[in-house]
Design a protein around this ligand. Sequence first.
Ligand code: 13P
Ligand code: SF4
Length: 304
Amino acid sequence: MIERLLELKKQRNAVILAHYYQSPEIQDIADFMGDSLQLAQQAKKVEADVILFCGVHFMAETAKILNPNKIVLVPDMDAGCSLADSTPKDKFLEWKNAHLGHTVISYINCSADVKAMSDIICTSSNAELIVNSVPHDTPILFAPDKYLGSYIKKKTGRDMVIWDGSCQVHEIFSEIEVMNLMKKYPNAVVLAHPECPENILAYADFIGSTQKIIQESIISDDKEFIILTESGIIHELKKKAPGKEFYAVPNINGCSCNECPYMKLNTIEKMIKALETLEPQIIMDEDTRLKALSPLERMLEISR
Ligand code: 13P
Ligand code: SF4
């Protein structure tokens, strides 16, 4: 199957972009791996004719907004995101209209329609930088992640009204299991993603995006790490920091690791089918794309 995929990739002049939450076999075959910010930056630079995006829908949509002349394929159109789903465009517009005079910052985990109604986009890598780029006397609307929003509000002390959305994966880490792992591995450092709730972040020695967690594990002198983000990242951690130990934290449902069901919808079989048929493709009307492009470009400019 891998041979067939590589052959099709060549025939279609395609490039595979993948997020760290993809399954190990997809990570190993990707041309470029990244967190949400890195994938957006990379999508803008792609020269191939086709981008096969192995992540979730809002990420592929972002690639299309930034690089409209490319065919952007997703292995599975149902690979959504609970954060993006929490902001229907009509409700978001109502909320925005009820808070005139606010600068609207949307986390990249939202639809193109919501991006189009926003002033600036951010990711978990640059949220603090983006919030601080807004003049100090201007109040901020932040959507859709309430946990990332609260974390940044606390860090920056800014006047922020926050949408009530959450990541269904990062929200369900078990606090008891974090404590158990800390007791079992007393020398382990706790690394957490800011999509986690405050009671979980309270245990973290380091809080950062997927890429920042990887970076921290590489540069740290410590040898053991308790990981509070989607467990797909552990494949990359083991590759980039060999000889170190990584412990995935179970979720409240008792699963020994915490996986995003949307990210895991993508498979090698579906990637092959997408390249064979050039379906499913991200299609977007030009008006929405142009409106969504401006806040995304603003983010990329600030994060340069
Ligand atoms: P980052 O890739 O920006 O860390 O975001 C994590 C995530 O949940 C992506 O859906
Ligand atoms: Fe969305 Fe959470 Fe899955 Fe990321 S991990 S795609 S934020 S549901």
